[in-house]
Design a binder for this molecule. Structure first.
Ligand code: GLV
Ligand code: MN
Ligand code: MN
Length: 420
Protein backbone atom coordinates (compact mmCIF):
# COMPACT_ATOMS: atom_id res chain seq x y z
CA UNK A 1 0.00 0.00 0.00
CA UNK A 2 1.33 3.44 -0.81
CA UNK A 3 1.25 5.62 2.30
CA UNK A 4 0.81 8.76 0.30
CA UNK A 5 -2.82 7.74 -0.32
CA UNK A 6 -3.50 6.41 3.14
CA UNK A 7 -6.88 6.84 4.74
CA UNK A 8 -6.12 10.12 6.48
CA UNK A 9 -6.00 11.93 3.20
CA UNK A 10 -9.41 10.65 2.19
CA UNK A 11 -10.94 11.87 5.44
CA UNK A 12 -14.04 10.70 7.24
CA UNK A 13 -16.82 11.78 4.93
CA UNK A 14 -19.61 9.18 4.70
CA UNK A 15 -22.84 8.81 2.72
CA UNK A 16 -26.31 9.36 4.13
CA UNK A 17 -27.63 5.79 4.12
CA UNK A 18 -31.17 6.78 5.08
CA UNK A 19 -31.47 9.13 2.12
CA UNK A 20 -29.95 6.49 -0.16
CA UNK A 21 -32.58 3.97 0.94
CA UNK A 22 -35.33 6.59 0.45
CA UNK A 23 -34.09 7.12 -3.10
CA UNK A 24 -34.23 3.38 -3.78
CA UNK A 25 -37.82 3.22 -2.56
CA UNK A 26 -38.85 6.44 -4.29
CA UNK A 27 -37.54 5.45 -7.72
CA UNK A 28 -39.01 1.94 -7.35
CA UNK A 29 -42.37 3.63 -8.11
CA UNK A 30 -41.34 4.01 -11.75
CA UNK A 31 -42.42 0.66 -13.14
CA UNK A 32 -43.15 -0.80 -9.70
CA UNK A 33 -44.94 -4.18 -9.81
CA UNK A 34 -47.58 -5.57 -7.43
CA UNK A 35 -45.04 -8.15 -6.24
CA UNK A 36 -42.63 -5.43 -5.09
CA UNK A 37 -40.27 -5.60 -8.05
CA UNK A 38 -39.75 -3.29 -11.00
CA UNK A 39 -40.59 -3.67 -14.68
CA UNK A 40 -38.69 -0.82 -16.29
CA UNK A 41 -37.49 -1.97 -19.68
CA UNK A 42 -35.00 0.26 -21.46
CA UNK A 43 -36.42 3.34 -23.19
CA UNK A 44 -40.01 2.82 -22.11
CA UNK A 45 -42.18 5.48 -20.49
CA UNK A 46 -41.11 4.17 -17.06
CA UNK A 47 -37.46 4.54 -18.06
CA UNK A 48 -38.16 8.12 -19.16
CA UNK A 49 -39.72 8.85 -15.79
CA UNK A 50 -36.74 7.59 -13.81
CA UNK A 51 -34.36 9.45 -16.14
CA UNK A 52 -36.27 12.68 -15.55
CA UNK A 53 -36.05 12.01 -11.79
CA UNK A 54 -32.29 11.50 -12.16
CA UNK A 55 -31.95 14.87 -13.92
CA UNK A 56 -34.08 16.72 -11.33
CA UNK A 57 -32.37 15.15 -8.35
CA UNK A 58 -28.82 15.61 -9.59
CA UNK A 59 -29.52 19.21 -10.61
CA UNK A 60 -30.94 19.91 -7.17
CA UNK A 61 -27.55 18.79 -5.82
CA UNK A 62 -25.82 21.40 -7.95
CA UNK A 63 -24.69 19.01 -10.69
CA UNK A 64 -24.87 19.65 -14.42
CA UNK A 65 -26.68 16.82 -16.19
CA UNK A 66 -26.21 15.91 -19.86
CA UNK A 67 -26.82 12.91 -22.09
CA UNK A 68 -25.03 11.58 -25.16
CA UNK A 69 -26.20 10.20 -28.49
CA UNK A 70 -27.03 6.80 -26.91
CA UNK A 71 -28.98 8.41 -24.07
CA UNK A 72 -26.28 7.70 -21.46
CA UNK A 73 -26.76 10.30 -18.72
CA UNK A 74 -23.89 12.13 -16.99
CA UNK A 75 -24.31 14.14 -13.77
CA UNK A 76 -21.22 16.25 -13.16
CA UNK A 77 -19.88 17.88 -10.01
CA UNK A 78 -17.01 20.18 -10.93
CA UNK A 79 -13.47 19.71 -9.65
CA UNK A 80 -10.93 22.31 -8.56
CA UNK A 81 -8.91 21.31 -11.65
CA UNK A 82 -11.98 21.13 -13.81
CA UNK A 83 -10.22 20.45 -17.08
CA UNK A 84 -9.04 17.05 -15.77
CA UNK A 85 -11.07 14.08 -17.05
CA UNK A 86 -13.71 13.06 -14.49
CA UNK A 87 -13.55 10.21 -12.00
CA UNK A 88 -16.81 8.43 -12.81
CA UNK A 89 -19.26 6.14 -11.05
CA UNK A 90 -22.28 4.49 -12.59
CA UNK A 91 -24.56 1.60 -13.44
CA UNK A 92 -28.06 1.33 -14.94
CA UNK A 93 -31.67 2.17 -14.11
CA UNK A 94 -33.32 -0.19 -16.63
CA UNK A 95 -34.53 -3.55 -15.32
CA UNK A 96 -35.56 -7.02 -16.43
CA UNK A 97 -39.31 -7.61 -17.08
CA UNK A 98 -39.54 -9.18 -13.61
CA UNK A 99 -36.65 -7.22 -12.13
CA UNK A 100 -35.96 -6.19 -8.56
CA UNK A 101 -35.26 -2.88 -6.84
CA UNK A 102 -31.47 -3.25 -6.68
CA UNK A 103 -29.83 -4.59 -9.87
CA UNK A 104 -28.14 -1.54 -11.41
CA UNK A 105 -30.13 0.86 -9.26
CA UNK A 106 -27.80 0.50 -6.27
CA UNK A 107 -24.88 1.60 -8.45
CA UNK A 108 -26.59 4.73 -9.75
CA UNK A 109 -28.24 5.75 -6.48
CA UNK A 110 -25.12 4.79 -4.48
CA UNK A 111 -23.19 7.14 -6.78
CA UNK A 112 -25.82 9.79 -6.14
CA UNK A 113 -25.26 9.29 -2.39
CA UNK A 114 -21.54 9.92 -2.99
CA UNK A 115 -22.27 13.16 -4.88
CA UNK A 116 -24.62 14.21 -2.08
CA UNK A 117 -21.99 13.49 0.60
CA UNK A 118 -19.41 15.56 -1.28
CA UNK A 119 -21.87 18.40 -1.80
CA UNK A 120 -23.21 18.50 1.75
CA UNK A 121 -19.75 18.47 3.32
CA UNK A 122 -18.39 20.98 0.81
CA UNK A 123 -15.66 18.49 -0.04
CA UNK A 124 -13.55 19.57 -2.99
CA UNK A 125 -12.02 17.16 -5.46
CA UNK A 126 -9.33 17.84 -8.05
CA UNK A 127 -11.13 15.99 -10.80
CA UNK A 128 -14.76 16.54 -11.65
CA UNK A 129 -16.80 13.64 -10.26
CA UNK A 130 -19.46 12.24 -12.57
CA UNK A 131 -22.30 9.78 -12.17
CA UNK A 132 -23.43 7.81 -15.24
CA UNK A 133 -26.73 6.08 -15.98
CA UNK A 134 -26.08 3.73 -18.91
CA UNK A 135 -28.80 3.00 -21.49
CA UNK A 136 -30.05 -0.58 -22.00
CA UNK A 137 -27.69 -2.49 -19.73
CA UNK A 138 -30.05 -5.41 -19.26
CA UNK A 139 -30.23 -6.55 -22.86
CA UNK A 140 -33.72 -7.73 -22.12
CA UNK A 141 -35.58 -5.42 -24.48
CA UNK A 142 -32.73 -4.71 -26.92
CA UNK A 143 -30.04 -7.38 -27.28
CA UNK A 144 -27.22 -7.54 -26.35
CA UNK A 145 -26.69 -6.40 -22.78
CA UNK A 146 -24.46 -3.43 -21.90
CA UNK A 147 -25.24 -2.03 -25.32
CA UNK A 148 -24.55 1.65 -24.72
CA UNK A 149 -21.43 1.26 -22.58
CA UNK A 150 -20.39 -1.04 -25.44
CA UNK A 151 -20.89 1.79 -27.95
CA UNK A 152 -19.06 4.11 -25.55
CA UNK A 153 -16.08 1.70 -25.54
CA UNK A 154 -16.15 1.21 -29.32
CA UNK A 155 -17.24 -2.44 -29.15
CA UNK A 156 -20.40 -1.73 -31.16
CA UNK A 157 -20.96 1.06 -33.65
CA UNK A 158 -23.55 3.64 -32.76
CA UNK A 159 -25.42 2.91 -35.97
CA UNK A 160 -25.78 -0.80 -35.24
CA UNK A 161 -26.95 0.00 -31.71
CA UNK A 162 -29.53 2.54 -32.95
CA UNK A 163 -30.77 0.03 -35.53
CA UNK A 164 -31.23 -2.73 -32.94
CA UNK A 165 -34.87 -3.84 -32.76
CA UNK A 166 -36.79 -5.33 -29.87
CA UNK A 167 -38.87 -8.53 -30.31
CA UNK A 168 -41.80 -6.38 -31.52
CA UNK A 169 -39.65 -4.82 -34.23
CA UNK A 170 -39.37 -1.42 -32.55
CA UNK A 171 -36.08 0.32 -33.40
CA UNK A 172 -33.94 1.53 -30.50
CA UNK A 173 -33.04 4.83 -32.17
CA UNK A 174 -36.72 5.66 -32.66
CA UNK A 175 -37.71 5.13 -29.03
CA UNK A 176 -34.58 6.92 -27.81
CA UNK A 177 -35.70 9.98 -29.81
CA UNK A 178 -39.27 9.37 -28.71
CA UNK A 179 -38.53 9.70 -25.00
CA UNK A 180 -36.32 12.74 -25.68
CA UNK A 181 -32.98 11.27 -24.66
CA UNK A 182 -30.96 11.24 -27.87
CA UNK A 183 -28.28 13.84 -27.13
CA UNK A 184 -25.86 15.75 -29.31
CA UNK A 185 -22.61 14.56 -27.69
CA UNK A 186 -21.22 11.61 -29.62
CA UNK A 187 -21.31 8.48 -27.46
CA UNK A 188 -17.72 7.70 -26.45
CA UNK A 189 -16.44 11.26 -26.78
CA UNK A 190 -16.90 11.90 -23.06
CA UNK A 191 -13.55 11.82 -21.21
CA UNK A 192 -13.18 9.40 -18.29
CA UNK A 193 -10.21 9.16 -15.90
CA UNK A 194 -11.49 6.12 -13.98
CA UNK A 195 -14.76 4.22 -13.51
CA UNK A 196 -16.22 2.57 -10.40
CA UNK A 197 -19.45 0.55 -10.30
CA UNK A 198 -21.27 -0.53 -7.15
CA UNK A 199 -23.67 -3.46 -7.64
CA UNK A 200 -25.41 -6.22 -5.74
CA UNK A 201 -23.55 -9.51 -6.14
CA UNK A 202 -26.51 -11.29 -7.78
CA UNK A 203 -25.10 -14.53 -6.40
CA UNK A 204 -24.86 -16.21 -2.98
CA UNK A 205 -21.16 -16.07 -2.04
CA UNK A 206 -20.98 -12.90 0.08
CA UNK A 207 -24.09 -13.78 2.05
CA UNK A 208 -22.97 -17.35 2.74
CA UNK A 209 -19.51 -16.17 3.85
CA UNK A 210 -20.87 -13.23 5.89
CA UNK A 211 -18.92 -10.68 3.86
CA UNK A 212 -20.23 -7.14 3.45
CA UNK A 213 -18.06 -6.19 0.48
CA UNK A 214 -17.03 -8.05 -2.67
CA UNK A 215 -13.83 -6.67 -4.16
CA UNK A 216 -14.54 -7.48 -7.79
CA UNK A 217 -11.39 -8.42 -9.69
CA UNK A 218 -13.04 -9.02 -13.06
CA UNK A 219 -16.00 -10.37 -15.00
CA UNK A 220 -16.33 -13.81 -16.54
CA UNK A 221 -16.52 -14.45 -20.28
CA UNK A 222 -20.00 -14.58 -21.85
CA UNK A 223 -21.49 -15.44 -25.20
CA UNK A 224 -25.05 -15.24 -26.48
CA UNK A 225 -26.54 -17.16 -29.41
CA UNK A 226 -29.82 -17.04 -31.32
CA UNK A 227 -31.11 -20.34 -32.64
CA UNK A 228 -33.87 -20.81 -35.23
CA UNK A 229 -35.04 -24.30 -35.91
CA UNK A 230 -37.38 -24.81 -38.84
CA UNK A 231 -39.60 -27.81 -39.55
CA UNK A 232 -43.14 -27.81 -40.92
CA UNK A 233 -46.48 -26.70 -39.46
CA UNK A 234 -48.98 -29.52 -39.77
CA UNK A 235 -52.22 -30.79 -38.28
CA UNK A 236 -51.89 -32.22 -34.76
CA UNK A 237 -54.65 -34.78 -35.33
CA UNK A 238 -54.03 -36.07 -38.82
CA UNK A 239 -50.23 -35.99 -39.15
CA UNK A 240 -48.77 -39.39 -38.18
CA UNK A 241 -45.81 -39.18 -35.79
CA UNK A 242 -43.38 -40.50 -38.41
CA UNK A 243 -44.29 -37.73 -40.88
CA UNK A 244 -43.80 -34.78 -38.58
CA UNK A 245 -41.11 -32.10 -38.68
CA UNK A 246 -41.72 -30.91 -35.11
CA UNK A 247 -39.34 -28.08 -34.30
CA UNK A 248 -40.32 -27.87 -30.64
CA UNK A 249 -39.45 -31.46 -29.77
CA UNK A 250 -35.95 -31.01 -31.17
CA UNK A 251 -35.62 -27.60 -29.51
CA UNK A 252 -36.40 -29.32 -26.21
CA UNK A 253 -33.52 -31.75 -26.82
CA UNK A 254 -31.21 -28.83 -27.61
CA UNK A 255 -32.25 -27.04 -24.43
CA UNK A 256 -31.37 -30.14 -22.46
CA UNK A 257 -28.04 -30.26 -24.31
CA UNK A 258 -27.27 -26.70 -23.12
CA UNK A 259 -27.76 -27.81 -19.54
CA UNK A 260 -25.69 -30.98 -19.95
CA UNK A 261 -22.87 -29.15 -21.72
CA UNK A 262 -22.61 -26.60 -18.89
CA UNK A 263 -22.64 -29.35 -16.25
CA UNK A 264 -19.91 -31.24 -18.11
CA UNK A 265 -17.68 -28.16 -18.28
CA UNK A 266 -17.93 -27.34 -14.55
CA UNK A 267 -17.36 -26.28 -11.89
CA UNK A 268 -17.99 -22.65 -12.88
CA UNK A 269 -19.54 -23.04 -16.33
CA UNK A 270 -23.18 -22.00 -16.77
CA UNK A 271 -25.56 -22.40 -19.70
CA UNK A 272 -29.08 -20.99 -20.01
CA UNK A 273 -31.95 -20.93 -22.47
CA UNK A 274 -34.01 -17.98 -21.22
CA UNK A 275 -36.12 -16.96 -24.20
CA UNK A 276 -38.12 -19.25 -26.46
CA UNK A 277 -40.73 -18.52 -29.11
CA UNK A 278 -42.73 -21.46 -30.42
CA UNK A 279 -44.51 -20.88 -33.72
CA UNK A 280 -47.31 -20.79 -34.49
CA UNK A 281 -47.98 -21.68 -30.82
CA UNK A 282 -51.38 -23.18 -31.36
CA UNK A 283 -52.46 -26.25 -29.44
CA UNK A 284 -53.49 -28.28 -32.49
CA UNK A 285 -50.60 -27.40 -34.80
CA UNK A 286 -47.34 -29.38 -34.84
CA UNK A 287 -44.84 -26.53 -34.25
CA UNK A 288 -43.03 -25.64 -37.46
CA UNK A 289 -40.56 -23.12 -36.10
CA UNK A 290 -38.85 -22.40 -32.80
CA UNK A 291 -36.61 -19.49 -31.90
CA UNK A 292 -34.57 -19.60 -28.70
CA UNK A 293 -31.55 -17.95 -27.11
CA UNK A 294 -28.52 -19.54 -25.46
CA UNK A 295 -26.24 -17.92 -22.86
CA UNK A 296 -22.91 -19.60 -21.99
CA UNK A 297 -20.49 -18.18 -19.39
CA UNK A 298 -17.28 -19.12 -17.60
CA UNK A 299 -14.37 -17.17 -16.07
CA UNK A 300 -12.09 -19.00 -18.54
CA UNK A 301 -12.72 -18.00 -22.17
CA UNK A 302 -11.38 -21.34 -23.45
CA UNK A 303 -14.16 -23.14 -21.56
CA UNK A 304 -16.75 -20.86 -23.17
CA UNK A 305 -15.25 -21.80 -26.54
CA UNK A 306 -15.46 -25.50 -25.68
CA UNK A 307 -19.12 -25.15 -24.71
CA UNK A 308 -19.81 -23.35 -27.97
CA UNK A 309 -18.10 -26.10 -29.99
CA UNK A 310 -20.04 -28.79 -28.14
CA UNK A 311 -23.36 -26.99 -28.64
CA UNK A 312 -22.82 -26.39 -32.34
CA UNK A 313 -21.92 -30.07 -32.86
CA UNK A 314 -24.82 -31.45 -30.82
CA UNK A 315 -27.38 -29.03 -32.23
CA UNK A 316 -26.36 -29.88 -35.82
CA UNK A 317 -26.64 -33.57 -35.13
CA UNK A 318 -30.06 -33.23 -33.49
CA UNK A 319 -31.41 -31.07 -36.33
CA UNK A 320 -30.09 -33.40 -39.00
CA UNK A 321 -31.57 -36.46 -37.34
CA UNK A 322 -34.98 -34.78 -37.23
CA UNK A 323 -34.76 -33.41 -40.77
CA UNK A 324 -34.96 -29.79 -39.60
CA UNK A 325 -33.15 -26.69 -40.78
CA UNK A 326 -30.90 -25.11 -38.15
CA UNK A 327 -29.55 -21.58 -37.99
CA UNK A 328 -27.30 -20.54 -35.11
CA UNK A 329 -25.86 -17.05 -34.79
CA UNK A 330 -23.43 -15.95 -32.10
CA UNK A 331 -24.82 -12.50 -31.34
CA UNK A 332 -22.63 -11.47 -28.40
CA UNK A 333 -19.14 -12.30 -27.24
CA UNK A 334 -17.55 -10.57 -24.28
CA UNK A 335 -14.28 -12.15 -23.22
CA UNK A 336 -13.36 -12.34 -19.53
CA UNK A 337 -12.16 -9.02 -18.10
CA UNK A 338 -9.57 -8.23 -15.41
CA UNK A 339 -10.09 -4.92 -13.63
CA UNK A 340 -7.37 -2.34 -13.02
CA UNK A 341 -5.09 -3.41 -10.11
CA UNK A 342 -4.81 0.13 -8.72
CA UNK A 343 -8.57 0.67 -8.72
CA UNK A 344 -9.09 -2.77 -7.17
CA UNK A 345 -6.50 -1.81 -4.53
CA UNK A 346 -8.45 1.38 -3.77
CA UNK A 347 -11.60 -0.67 -3.20
CA UNK A 348 -9.65 -3.08 -0.99
CA UNK A 349 -8.19 -0.26 1.12
CA UNK A 350 -11.57 1.43 1.46
CA UNK A 351 -13.22 -1.76 2.76
CA UNK A 352 -10.27 -2.37 5.06
CA UNK A 353 -10.24 1.17 6.50
CA UNK A 354 -13.98 1.04 7.15
CA UNK A 355 -13.63 -2.37 8.80
CA UNK A 356 -16.02 -4.22 6.50
CA UNK A 357 -15.48 -7.96 6.05
CA UNK A 358 -14.51 -8.37 2.40
CA UNK A 359 -13.31 -10.91 -0.13
CA UNK A 360 -12.14 -10.87 -3.73
CA UNK A 361 -14.72 -12.14 -6.22
CA UNK A 362 -15.21 -12.59 -9.99
CA UNK A 363 -18.53 -11.32 -11.36
CA UNK A 364 -20.83 -13.88 -12.91
CA UNK A 365 -23.09 -11.18 -14.31
CA UNK A 366 -22.23 -8.72 -17.02
CA UNK A 367 -21.90 -5.04 -16.10
CA UNK A 368 -21.17 -1.78 -17.85
CA UNK A 369 -17.81 -1.95 -16.06
CA UNK A 370 -16.94 -4.83 -18.42
CA UNK A 371 -16.77 -2.43 -21.35
CA UNK A 372 -15.57 0.59 -19.38
CA UNK A 373 -12.50 -1.45 -18.41
CA UNK A 374 -11.46 -1.18 -22.07
CA UNK A 375 -11.33 2.62 -21.98
CA UNK A 376 -10.44 3.60 -18.40
CA UNK A 377 -9.02 2.12 -15.19
CA UNK A 378 -12.05 0.36 -13.72
CA UNK A 379 -13.17 -1.61 -10.65
CA UNK A 380 -16.39 -2.79 -9.05
CA UNK A 381 -17.77 -3.19 -5.55
CA UNK A 382 -20.32 -5.87 -4.68
CA UNK A 383 -22.70 -5.99 -1.74
CA UNK A 384 -24.70 -9.10 -0.76
CA UNK A 385 -28.29 -9.73 -1.83
CA UNK A 386 -30.68 -12.06 -0.02
CA UNK A 387 -30.32 -15.67 -1.07
CA UNK A 388 -28.14 -14.53 -3.97
CA UNK A 389 -31.40 -13.91 -5.83
CA UNK A 390 -31.45 -11.45 -8.73
CA UNK A 391 -33.40 -10.91 -11.95
CA UNK A 392 -36.38 -11.61 -9.71
CA UNK A 393 -39.01 -9.31 -8.22
CA UNK A 394 -38.06 -10.57 -4.76
CA UNK A 395 -34.47 -9.38 -5.13
CA UNK A 396 -33.53 -7.86 -1.79
CA UNK A 397 -30.57 -6.26 -0.02
CA UNK A 398 -29.97 -4.88 3.48
CA UNK A 399 -29.87 -1.09 3.89
CA UNK A 400 -26.67 -1.34 5.97
CA UNK A 401 -24.93 -3.33 3.23
CA UNK A 402 -25.99 -0.91 0.52
CA UNK A 403 -24.73 1.99 2.66
CA UNK A 404 -21.45 0.15 3.26
CA UNK A 405 -21.03 -0.34 -0.49
CA UNK A 406 -21.65 3.36 -1.14
CA UNK A 407 -19.11 4.31 1.53
CA UNK A 408 -16.52 2.07 -0.10
CA UNK A 409 -17.38 3.69 -3.44
CA UNK A 410 -16.93 7.14 -1.91
CA UNK A 411 -13.50 6.34 -0.49
CA UNK A 412 -12.30 4.61 -3.64
CA UNK A 413 -13.34 7.66 -5.69
CA UNK A 414 -11.65 10.12 -3.32
CA UNK A 415 -8.46 8.07 -3.19
CA UNK A 416 -8.37 7.82 -6.98
CA UNK A 417 -8.96 11.56 -7.26
CA UNK A 418 -5.77 12.09 -5.25
CA UNK A 419 -3.81 9.37 -7.03
CA UNK A 420 -4.44 10.21 -10.70
C1 GLV B 1 -26.54 -8.64 -17.57
O1 GLV B 1 -27.32 -8.22 -16.70
C2 GLV B 1 -26.18 -10.02 -17.64
O2 GLV B 1 -25.32 -10.47 -16.86
O3 GLV B 1 -26.79 -10.74 -18.45
MN1 MN C 1 -27.00 -4.92 -13.40
MN1 MN D 1 -29.34 -7.39 -14.65
Amino acid sequence: MSMQYASGAVGNVTVNGVKLWDDILETARFGGTPKGGIKRLALTEEDRQVRDWFVRTCEALGCTVSHDSMGNQFARRPGTEDTLPPITMGSHLDTQPTGGKFDGIVGVLGGLAVLRALQETGRETRHPIELINWTNEEGSRFSPAMLSSGVFAGVFTEQEALDTKDREGVRLGDVLEGIGYRGAEVCGAHPVAAYFELHIEQGPILEVEHKTIGIVTGVQGMRWYEVTLTGRDSHAGSTPMRLRADALVTAARMIEAVQTIALEHGPDAVGTVGLIENRPNSRNVVPGEVFFTVDFRDPDDSIVQKMEDAFYAQASELAEKAGLTLEIARVWDTPAVQFDPECVASVTRAADTLGYPARRIVSGAGHDATYMAQVAPTAMIFVPCAGGLSHNEEESAEPDDVTAGANVLLRAVLETDMRL
